[in-house]
Design a protein around this ligand. Structure first.
Ligand SMILES: Nc1ncnc2c1ncn2[C@@H]1O[C@H](COP(=O)(O)OP(=O)(O)OP(=O)(O)O)[C@@H](O)[C@H]1O
Ligand SMILES: [Mg+2]
Length: 465
């Protein structure tokens, strides 16, 4: 088994990573300059200079591959940009370094044990850059001849390909014919066929055919007919995560599970085999480990078992950088009776670098609101901006940001292109913030269902004073 560990490169290349749009879509990076100094307003980021700089320093270490096995914690009141900064870090990392984001409560909602869910998240965050040699057939198509059987069920054919030096004829099977017709390959195209996966790519039209230009349309790319042999060896480099290698080699699952997201539990023996194999590849110079980042948002939702598992996992040789975020002050550690800073046990706190985030000034809030307005294509009057800034100061930034798009709906109903103070005032009336909602509940005095009167005192939220 170990000898045939596959990296599934060809299947994986087609999985497109999903882009998050929404609350943080305006964040395009950390907004730091070359000396890692935070710019006042850049890449969608405003203020929170200390935390951004700290994040930038850690990132630098990740990019240099020097940080495996460390952890950091963003601690601060709600709406102070903890998640935003983590996402800014993800954007800066680049496509090759894995970044995984989970919310701590996800660990409990998956149909697998908590430690398995954490292990998968950790292994998702470690990239393996693999160099592989593949054989490709590259040349200009001279002729393609396809014979269909009477029923049309099977197809056979011949493909003649040439370079400037030679010409070769290949027999085609049904699968290859389908791949070629999907790419709409015709005589005169310059193509490349990956011999192991059978993937066909069209590189362009041969210059020799440039007189067909009129018939081809303006977007046709013309390329030289390749030189040398038709069959060539080529080195390709691709990056997959350890988790992807696990799933592809897990006999019960197969790579299709990656699309479904339902990967189930993976046997520890398989992981051992894969670790050994990857270590071997590393020694042979075929692979390189790229420790990435695992971001665990709302980390206080993990319980004591998860925390002690993390403690141990951080000491593992193959461990990514773990970034956590929590908005709790002194809080109970889930699964125990004890209270501890940020809801994290002290032995874990001891291992993490803690970065605090603090509430924004009015000026910074106004800038963030302006950025969001640009992102959501909303036009605010100066007055409305001032009111929203005031609301954000009194409540939370997030509440004010939520009002932007709702106020725009009201403005549109008036057929106005600008959101004015009155629109903001209206939505402020329609949608309660947390403080007014609590006040309203008090006034209702137990008329709602399932209310516990005189429950636990509030006080878990981070102290902002
Ligand atoms: N420095 C910033 N620059 C630009 N936008 C920001 C900044 N900080 C926060 N935001 C935006 O404000 C909103 C709230 O911030 P975010 O969700 O990051 O807060 P949080 O600290 O994670 O809060 P919570 O503890 O409630 O999860 C988001 O839409 C975020 O993109
Ligand atoms: Mg958050």
């Amino acid at each position: 088994m170990a000898a045939t560990i596959s990296t599934g490169a060809t299947e994986l290349r087609d999985i497109t990573k999903m882009e998050r749009i929404g609350a943080h879509s305006h964040i395009r990076g950390l907004g730091l300059d070359d000396r890692l100094e935070p710019r006042a307003n850049s890449q969608g980021m405003v203020g929170q200079a200390k935390a951004r700089k700290a994040a930038g320093m850690i990132l630098k270490m990740v990019q240099e591959g020097r940080i495996a096995g460390r952890a950091m914690l963003f601690a601060g009141p709600p709406s102070t940009g903890k998640t935003a900064i983590a996402l800014g870090m993800a954007q800066t990392l680049g496509a090759d370094v894995p970044f995984t984001m989970i919310a701590a409560s996800e660990v409990f909602s998956l149909s697998m044990s908590k430690t398995e869910a954490l292990t998968q998240a950790l292994r998702r965050s470690i990239g393996v850059r693999i160099k592989e040699e593949t054989e490709i057939i590259e040349g200009e198509v001279v002729e393609m001849q396809i014979d269909r059987s009477l029923t049309g069920a099977t197809k056979t054919g011949k493909l003649t390909i040439k370079t400037t030096d030679m010409e070769t004829v290949y027999d085609l099977g049904t699968k290859m014919i389908d791949a070629l017709s999907k790419e709409k390959v015709t005589a005169g195209d310059v193509i490349a066929i990956d011999k192991t996966s059978g993937k066909v790519s069209k590189l362009g039209r041969s210059f020799a055919r440039s007189r067909d230009y009129d018939a081809m349309g303006a977007d046709t790319r013309f390329v030289q007919c390749p030189e040398g042999e038709v069959q060539k060896r080529k080195e390709v480099v691709h990056t997959v995560s350890l988790h992807e290698i696990d799933v592809i080699n897990s006999r019960t699952q197969g790579f299709l599970a990656l699309f479904a997201g339902d990967t189930g539990e993976i046997k520890p023996e398989l992981r051992d085999q894969i670790n050994t194999k990857v270590a071997e590849w590393r020694e042979e110079g075929k692979a390189e480990i790229i420790p990435g980042v695992l971001f665990i948002d709302e980390v206080h939702m993990l319980d004591i078992e998860c925390f002690s598992f993390l403690n141990r996992a951080l000491e593992n040789e193959l461990s990514p950088l773990v970034i956590m975020a929590s908005n709790r002050g002194m809080a109970r550690i889930r699964g125990t009776k004890f209270r501890s800073p940020h809801g994290l046990p002290v032995d874990l706190l001891d291992r993490v670098l803690i970065v605090s985030t603090s509430p924004y000034s009015d000026e910074e809030i106004a800038q963030i609101i302006k950025i969001r307005c640009e992102e959501e294509d909303v036009n605010l009057t100066e007055g409305a901006l001032m009111v929203l800034t005031k609301i954000a100061g009194d409540n939370t930034l997030r509440y004010a940001l939520n009002l932007i798009s709702t106020a725009q709906v009201i403005a549109r109903k008036r057929k106005s292109a600008q959101v004015e103070v009155d629109d903001v005032r209206k939505v402020y009336g329609y949608f309660m913030d947390e403080k007014r909602s609590v006040q309203w509940l008090r006034e209702q005095q137990g008329s709602l269902l399932f209310e516990e009167v005189g429950g636990e005192p509030r006080g878990d939220a981070m102290d902002t004073t």
